[in-house]
Design a protein around this ligand. Sequence first.
Ligand SMILES: [Zn+2]
Length: 202
Amino acid sequence: MLIDCHVCNSKVDAEIIGKHNNLDFFATSTFLLNCPACHTALIAELYEDLDEGKSTWSQPVRVYPKPKRLLGADIPPIVKNSIDEAERCMQAGAYLAATAMCGRALEAICRYFKTKDNYLGGGLKELRDTGVIDAKLYQWGEELRDQRNNAAHATDTEISHQDANDVVTFTYAIIDYVFLLAQKFERFQVRKLERSKSKIKV
Ligand SMILES: [Zn+2]
């Protein structure tokens, strides 16, 4: 079975050692695999999808070790879809496509905050100027934009696994900062305010 090995950093044709089928409503097949190159144990899952009554199976996705990073439910769908797609591209060894998808996630963040400039460069600047991202993240964003431009246009640029993986990691950091950290801080402030109010009552 073709799967992305996190040790070899490449697609390998892994040997199937065991298989488990769960044929409940959302059918899942789980495979215990052995990487033929480094002999690491890998666990892959395939999911059944029903599209207009027709059954199709997903590509195998590695769920252990190092499964894809999980995002909370509070992320806008367009941002989440882009980063999910980037993850799928990474596992499939499509590093250019993964980088292009990270650029799409950044564009989606700009759109979410309704930046006036539709281009990524101007949009990122607006996010920095309005305090949505800080100077360091802006720098990262500029790097991502550079990589995205290379990935999205028909140049002869190649992107290595490591570079693409860094781009995905930076994109997660920006999403975390913009959506999750900000929300956590707001909730923290609300709790603090409520605590101080209840103290006044006492
Ligand atoms: Zn391996």
